[in-house]
Design a protein around this ligand. Sequence first.
Ligand SMILES: Cc1ncc(COP(=O)(O)O)c(C=O)c1O
Length: 371
Amino acid sequence: MTPQAELVVDLDAYRENLAALRAMAPGAQQMAVVKANGYGHGMLPVARAARDAGAEWLGVATAEEALALRAAGDSGALLCWLAAPGAPFAELIDAGVEVTASSVEQLDEILAASPRRSRVQLKVDTGLSRNGARYGRDWTALVHAAARAQSLGRIAVTGVWSHFACADEPDNSATDEQEKLFRAALDDMAVAGLEPGIRHLCNSAGILTQPSAHLDLVRVGIASYGIAPDPAVPVPGVRPVLTARARLAHVKDVEAGARVSYGYRWQAEHPTRLGLVPVGYGEGIHRTASNRAEVGFAGRRLPVRGTICMDQFVVELGDVPARRGDVVTLFGPGDDGEPGVEDWAVAAGTIGYEIVTRLAGRWARSYRGER
Ligand SMILES: Cc1ncc(COP(=O)(O)O)c(C=O)c1O
């Protein structure tokens, strides 16, 4: 029987999506980005499926994520990129994880952490102003420090990379500007006599909108899960990996004028039938989608009525025959007309990334196509 609330992850779809994305950047290696619990899909099963699909690299943000992959037996090429002071660089290096240096200070931390020759990638900030050494003085300093450490045998510089700010806006010239700075950063390495190793710049959107920047490797996140980075950047040939569904906990008829959920933010104009969906913001369902989102049921869409609560929300069945225990689909691949993650993103006033990575709480999870 379907659990009360369930996330179903279609690993066949995920592998096929990776194949479709590889065909869009055929000259580049592929890094499957599985941070944030595999964008809410489950990091370990997704990572295994990525390797099955031939992903040469996995990418995560934190040391903890990288070490969890190693503890689960992953031994392939793996990069992590977000470390506050005190990050376990020694463990990462022992585990063969490639780490990212975003500043001279961070490179010094890496050097101090381990006597071993660490595999280090350098990150240059080409405009996003998050991590990375700012192109210019900071970048030059990092390049020289890395060249020195490499000549002393303390590190191997294995790669250089940056991250786009606006690749999901196809006409935004910022992406060309970032690519230009990245290429200038590569020139700086050449001047310092430092081989760049693997060069990478593209996220999902960049694969589609900036083919000139595919370089040696592309980092695929959101599109591999079958979700468009932005409505302006549809991704051909991929399908949604995740389905979220739940069984109605209660069905009731109410009279005209009935008011629904906290704050009485919805009122029935006519006699109608309501269904109670037993998930809420405790499961990561966005409260801002109250009165706006829809769920799928028997080939139709049912509107969410009233405020989404911690454990539950109400949908209007109207005259649709339904019984307690019937399954509604919050989002899925759309095969039965149900909404997609992107629809929930619009309803909640956010992006698809946030819809899936916020999933939490009391869902049962099942994986299809596990090998
Ligand atoms: C450094 C880095 N590369 C690649 C990605 C993947 O991006 P996307 O999910 O847009 O493909 C992310 C995720 O935000 C990231 O932080």
